[in-house]
Write a protein that binds this ligand. Sequence first.
Ligand SMILES: NC(=O)c1ccc[n+]([C@@H]2O[C@H](COP(=O)([O-])OP(=O)(O)OC[C@H]3O[C@@H](n4cnc5c(N)ncnc54)[C@H](O)[C@@H]3O)[C@@H](O)[C@H]2O)c1
Ligand SMILES: [Zn+2]
Length: 698
Amino acid sequence: MDPAARVAELRDEIEHHSHLYYVLDTPEISDSEYDRLFRELQDLEAAHPELASDDSPTLKVGAPPVSAFKPHRHAVPMLSLDNAFGEEELRAFDDRIRRGLETDGHTEYFVELKFDGASISLTYVDGKLDVAATRGDGTTGEEITPNARTIRGVPLKLREALPGRIEVRGEVVMLRSDFEKINEARAAAGEQVFANPRNAAAGGLRQLDSRLTAKRKLRFFAFGVGQVELLSGKAEGDLEKPAPEEAETRHAVRQRGLIRRLAPTQSGTLERLKELGFPARTEVQVVRGFDELHAFVQAVQAKRAELPFNIDGVVIKVNELDQQEALGFTSRGPRWATAYKFPAEQAFTKLNRIFVQVGRTGTINPVADLEPVVVGGATVSRATLHNYDEVRRKDVREGDIVIVQRAGDVIPEVVGPVLEKRVGDPPLPEEPTICPVCETPLQRREGEVALRCPNRHCPAQIAMKIQHFVGRRMMDIDGLGEKLIDRFLELGLIKTIPDIYRLHNHRETLVNLERLGEQSVDNLLRSIENTKHRPLARFLFALGIPEVGERGAQDLARELRTLDAVRSADYETLVALPNIGPRTAGEIVQWFDDEENRRLVDELLELGVAPEEGAAPSSDLFEGKTFVFTGKLERITREEGEAAVISLGGKAAGSVSKNTTYVVAGPGAGSKLAKAEQLKVEVLDEDGFLAMLPDGTL
Ligand SMILES: NC(=O)c1ccc[n+]([C@@H]2O[C@H](COP(=O)([O-])OP(=O)(O)OC[C@H]3O[C@@H](n4cnc5c(N)ncnc54)[C@H](O)[C@@H]3O)[C@@H](O)[C@H]2O)c1
Ligand SMILES: [Zn+2]
């Protein structure tokens, strides 16, 4: 295509999506698609300077304010940020900064989370909130003062009544937990769900009735200041050592009695904001040079999913304000900062078909078959829809354009359809009445939403049970994957879980199977044999008793120690155990009461499976104490730490609560550490933990 035509097309398209995103808060394409269009336009404009235009979206910020609100002119423009994707672009940013500052040394950066929300400006006059405004197009925003007053983290009065005027800027976000509740309610009311917390927060800011804003439970995190015109006095002490070339202006400022900075650095500014009453910020750090910068970025990325709100990257700012000034601005943003973007966790794609999957316990799960799309750095072509209640609630139909989400290790899921893009009126997917695999009529258990196939010999369930049994966190049978299990089932080589341990009787058949050589068969048989003495906790987890997960199985093994004790425990015994609730206790009793399940366990034992019993604690040193391990440990693994705690009579838990005695935190610890600090739980580092052990080591 002719570059001029493409440029025109891109500008139109970008304007269209900006309007949907910034003004209507209902995007139709994902952020990464938008970023791609934006980059393409930037590149074309750079390659063809003759196509430059003053009103190109590449020179603009956000979108103009809507007329329902009083316009607010920003004293200092509220700009956007440049982006960096990947290590190479991060390095290029660092190089550019060093060139700009004409230094070869390490630059000092202030690095922090890039909140995925909407920015606002809060102006305080003599310490009182005077006016709040959205970013708008950067020059003019919308005045939303009554709405801002409802946001947690926006002080109505600063802790110090600073004389003069100070404008604080930051991001308004919605916690993921609040977002989920709000979306559930919207779906139930047949409304379009919000694609993400950002849209919900941005929309919440621009309500005409501030009571509606209050309902969204928004939060504010300050990240900087705009205009500062404080009368000298209190804040002056923070004006340390002006750079010599600035002494002149500094002198003039002082004569006028005005101070225009809170502190000489970005990190100092944030400290001051905290003192003034803005919520403390976590995950902020001063780093020097590229390596430290890169390490921080990676550490944040690793704990992205643990944070209570969404972030879309890390913001990197040159820390010294004098250096920031020297670097200056472009029309869209500061030269002294960039946004390092993480892979997007959401994408838009077409839902081709909804099909049914039968789970391990017979649950019937609708699954979306999607046009493959990259989300969170991986290609996704299937996503769970959980159950048919949810399908109806979200109103997802075949052929819809849907929002797909993949956050951290969580299974990809369909957030909801883009109703605007629905073609015609496709029928709501029908809930099946018979199992798609064995054709048994489906049932629904009392109090459950999911339908179930009640046929315990249903081939689909057996396949899933076997897959679960051999899984990595269960019996961990190396080399026995999903495909091979299906093949063995088809050939009748295995029909039940115990048949796995009888496979050696079929060595000849196996060796002659297509694509399985003698060597891989022997490897497989050996790895099966090697799993006969797995720890009891793993074995219990592998059995697939409803409600008994990894932690539950560990609790059972630790408390009851032998398989016999678990098998024969009655309801009262079980329910008295820590962490075992009535429902779990009931399921365990029922499972072992079942004739077929008992035979399954007996057969396994006869075949030589002998789970390693939970050892009795060697001491009661940690009795009554609960430990939580978090972050990266250097000298021991988390599992070793937990095993040590248990063997000394203590407990290891996965999350911090008021019952936690100690949190052992290594580098990179995130929300668990924050929770510990909040609950005033004692925090140890790895050395501190090791020092508590009888020998001072494992
Ligand atoms: N899906 C769509 O249709 C669509 C349309 C338009 C824009 N977008 C998305 O919006 C982005 C552009 O939006 P933008 O102009 O707001 O830029 P941006 O979100 O890339 O970066 C600038 C903004 O980051 C925010 N921010 C968060 N944490 C911060 C911190 N710690 N310090 C400083 N700023 C912080 C501020 O609000 C600032 O204005 C695009 O990259 C795209 O992903 C998507
Ligand atoms: Zn079935």
